[in-house]
Write a protein that binds this ligand. Structure first.
Ligand code: AHR
Length: 855
């Protein structure tokens, strides 16, 4: 990788380490490979070297050179490293006793590692303490291991296919691992190989590069008073080079919505009743919360009312549980407390509905009330339950007063049994007054970014925890009572009331491209918590993949097909006869790029390309900006000519400041990039400005980076599982972050042409230069020119920018975000102004200034 080379040479130049460390080199040394016991090898495969086999030195200070990627556990137990006859290194290790699999990975230099594989043993057995040997006569490798008290071996010629395990006598098993004392008094067990000294040199260099990068990433504003001690205010002279302009993507700023942090139910989805379908399940909380069951959020009042959950004669097979109310006499009520209370606004109207049936054919009345915590009634309506069969009943409630935490009460008015399900309360004022719609304030806050696309429904949620938990779009459309709720990989419940129809409708409502992400036939690489079985479980079985691929093709028909097509008809019946104009589909989400993944991804990709060449598929390149999945994901996408790939990285602000050239080196002939998830670690102005600085560089590379979305988008206070997020909220308020202000400024000031510029700073020190950013774009549709200026320095910068014929006498808007670097909430000030041929102004310390010059 070009980046790596740059770092390496910088490292040699800046630190001059190489010669100093490696004087008087030996030709070859012993190398022991081991994993630490205290963390079950989670920190990776480590090395130590010795010239004499007695005195050992840590390689890279005990750095983990390859980490296990299996399931949520990521154990490396009893690794065994082995070099094959062609010089390729192989490492095998134990996973855990719940799976009959083991791990294998190979490398040519021990620095860069190939994709990992978790081959299955053909019979159910343990795989412990593997030892690898080569048999010259058969040209086969044997992996001997222990299962219970019995030794076995499997043979392979290529480490890809393995013969069935056969039992071997204990005498045939020769474990040559040694136990050693390493510097720092650590005692480790591993196997020893003889290697050329250059192997250790390369490992050490790799570690030094990592150190250097880590140090850069840790640069923070807390060191600015030392880093910029004595720095005087700067001047910056900028000359534009409009003659060198280039077209850039007009989809650069979008959003990524995932139901994490209660973003959907209890969040953007405006439903006010929690567990409306009585489908909460204990496994969603891994059986750790005894209240998390079908009756969660529901209580009863009054001693004459019985409340049980039944599933004998459900409303719909996808929604098996329902409430049974047995009233011995009137007076008691079934109460729902919403998501920490039901917020109400005085005078607002609320759509109430439920499905109900009476048990014996006798009609019964049900009083529906909204009451405050201290029992004051705020609204009431009466329903007449007149059917023995499931029937929908609806009414309207008007709140007589404001309330932050009201509750819903359902009170049978006569003795007898009633069954209830899908009890729903929606504000009438949803976003654009849509039925089954979105919370207006949240939807408006997102829409104010002016996102050009929305990626949904995840993230990890899209590929789920285990094959059974993969998000299936067909379960999320149609009447809400027929949708199939499911456990959320983030440890709670998804009603899927906010389903594909609602996502597409929201995109249309705000003029954003819909970007659904579909699992690539494999679940999340961190799977195992919900299922109890660690690992991806091999993905969807190949004999079920045709059906899975068809589901994806059906999605395209559902979104784009005519109203008389099979799936287009379903969309039309849901109230949307016109197509949704789906153009992009993401396949996969930061997956482990394994053979299992490749087989399924390729199948899906080829099927879409063949049937729907008009659809742009977005592939995936793992969870980081480097490493095995990144390299392998890119290689696969390049080979298959996938048009776009989805990159993800969450980093410290220093990383964004120090990697502004990240996309400068990208090959323009390879797939284009969707930076689908990124964020710097924090919600301070400094973080936001580091992101802004990075985005100015993304705009410069807007020919290769086509889309970006900060992640995660939403987080409910008290239910935040992931920090930082872009927008925090509670039941009654929305709290956009300073990072949000940056997204909004970029989203509302996008262009489709990049105009290069040359900056001359009065101080060209590297640390200074890196903290000053500019991007000039033009929107050819309205002729406006936008100049974004980031000053991430503790001093002001006087700017002089010659606009030439670009703008003379034009009206402009100037938006400024500025403050102290640690500030968390800041307003953007917008001033209407005008600008001549030369733009002169003083950029405040720690500021983002955006000039939009109108034609
Ligand atoms: O954005 C939160 C999570 O981060 C996403 O679900 C996943 O794709 C990534 O690991």
């Amino acid at each position: 990788m070009k980046h790596m080379q740059t770092y390496f040479w910088m490292l040699l130049l800046v630190l001059g380490i190489n010669d100093a460390v490696f004087a008087n080199e030996p030709d070859s040394v012993y190398l022991v490979s081991y994993a630490t016991l205290h963390d079950k090898g989670r920190s990776g495969l480590r090395f130590a070297w010795s010239a004499d086999g007695k005195n050992w030195n840590l390689v890279g200070n005990g750095n983990g050179y390859v980490k296990c990627a299996f399931g949520h556990q990521k154990y490396i137990n009893s690794p065994y490293l082995f070099q094959d006859v062609s010089g390729v290194w192989h490492c095998v290790w134990e996973l855990n006793d719940t799976v009959n699999q083991f791990a294998h990975v190979s490398s040519t230099d021990l620095v860069t590692w190939d994709r990992q594989a978790y081959p299955y043993l053909k019979q159910k057995q343990q795989f412990r303490r593997p030892v690898v040997q080569y048999d010259k006569s058969s040209r086969q490798y044997t992996i001997a291991f222990l299962s219970g008290n019995q030794y076995f071996k499997i043979t392979t010629s290529d480490f890809k296919t393995f013969d069935e395990a056969v039992a071997i006598p204990a005498s045939a098993y020769k474990d040559d691992r040694v136990t050693l004392n390493l510097p720092g008094a650590a005692t480790v067990t591993g196997n020893v190989c003889k290697v050329a000294w250059q192997v250790v040199v390369k490992l050490t260099e790799a570690w030094q590069i990592k150190q250097y990068k880590d140090k850069q990433a840790k640069e923070s504003f807390l060191q600015d008073s030392i880093r910029f001690n004595g720095l005087k205010p700067l001047t910056a002279t900028v000359s534009l080079r409009p003659e060198n302009r280039k077209p850039i993507s007009d989809l650069l700023i979008g959003v990524f919505f995932e139901d994490l942090n209660y973003a959907a139910d209890g969040g953007l989805y405006a439903e006010l009743v929690q567990n409306r379908d009585f489908e909460y399940e204990p496994r969603e909380k891994l059986y750790r919360d005894s209240s998390w069951n079908s009756s969660h959020s529901w209580t009863i009042s009054g001693q004459y009312l019985g409340f049980t959950i039944d599933s004998t004669a459900p409303l719909h097979s996808n929604n098996p549980h329902y409430a049974v109310l047995d009233a011995k006499q009137p007076g008691g009520a079934l109460i729902n407390s919403g998501f920490d209370g039901i917020p109400l606004k005085q005078g607002d109207r609320y759509d109430f509905s439920l499905f109900a049936k009476n048990y014996d054919g006798n009609s019964r009345d049900l009083l529906v009330k909204l009451v405050t915590q201290d029992g004051k009634e705020l609204a009431q309506a009466r329903l007449h339950i007149d059917s023995r069969k499931w029937k929908k009943y609806s009414t309207m409630l008007i709140a007589r007063a404001n309330a932050k935490d009201a509750r819903l009460e359902l009170q049978p008015l006569s003795a007898g049994r009633l069954m209830l399900d899908v009890v729903s309360l929606f504000p009438e004022k949803t976003f654009k007054n849509r039925k089954n719609g979105l919370r207006a304030d949240l939807a408006e806050t997102i829409s104010a970014i002016h996102p050009r696309f929305i990626r949904f429904p995840g993230g990890c949620l899209a590929h789920g925890d285990g094959v059974e938990n993969i998000y299936r779009w067909k379960n999320t459309i149609g009447p809400i009572e027929t949708r199939k709720p499911q456990p959320n990989i983030w440890g709670y419940h998804q009603t899927v009331g906010l389903g594909y129809f609602e996502y597409f409708r929201y995109c249309e409502d705000i003029g954003a491209e819909p970007l659904p992400v579909i699992a690539a036939g494999v679940p999340c690489q961190n799977s195992g918590l919900l299922t109890g079985v660690c690992g991806q479980g091999g993905g969807i079985p190949m004999n079920k993949m045709d059906e899975y691929v068809q589901d994806i093709l059906d999605l395209i028909e559902w979104a784009n097909g005519p109203a008389n097509s099979k799936w287009g008809k379903i969309r039309a019946e849901a109230g949307h006869p016109a197509p949704f104009n789906l153009t992009y589909i993401g396949i996969g989400n930061e997956d482990l790029i394994s053979d299992v993944f490749e087989e399924r991804f390729t199948m899906i990709y080829k099927a879409i390309r063949q049937k729907h060449p008009e659809i742009t598929v977005i592939g995936t390149t793992g969870p980081f900006h480097d490493g095995t999945d990144y390299g392998q994901g890119w290689a696969l996408a390049t080979q298959l000519q996938v048009p776009l790939v989805d990159e993800h990285y969450y980093e410290q602000p220093g990383w964004f400041i120090n990697n502004q050239d990240y996309y400068d080196h990208y090959d323009r002939n390879k797939p284009k990039v969707y930076l689908g998830e990124y964020a710097s670690h924090g919600n301070t102005l400094y973080n936001a400005l580091a992101e802004a600085l990075y985005l100015t560089n993304v705009e410069r590379n807007g020919d290769v980076v086509r889309m970006t979305s900060y992640a995660p988008l939403l987080a409910k206070e008290k239910y935040t599982q992931w920090n930082p997020d872009l927008i925090y909220f509670n039941n009654t308020g929305v709290k956009p972050t300073v990072n949000y202000e940056v997204q909004k400024l970029f989203g509302n000031n996008a262009g489709n042409e990049y105009l290069p510029s040359v900056i001359k700073l009065s101080n060209e020190d590297e640390a200074v230069r890196k903290r000053f950013g500019i991007s000039v774009v033009r929107n050819t549709n309205d002729g406006s020119v936008v100049i974004k200026l980031v000053n991430l320095l503790p001093v002001a910068t006087s700017l002089k920018l010659e606009l030439g014929e670009l703008t003379a006498g034009s009206k402009a808007d100037r938006s400024v975000l500025q403050g102290q670097p640690g500030d968390k909430l800041l307003p953007v000030t917008v001033t209407a102004t005008s600008v001549g041929n030369i733009l002169e102004e003083t950029l405040a310390p720690y500021s983002l200034t955006v000039w939009r010059i109108h034609k």
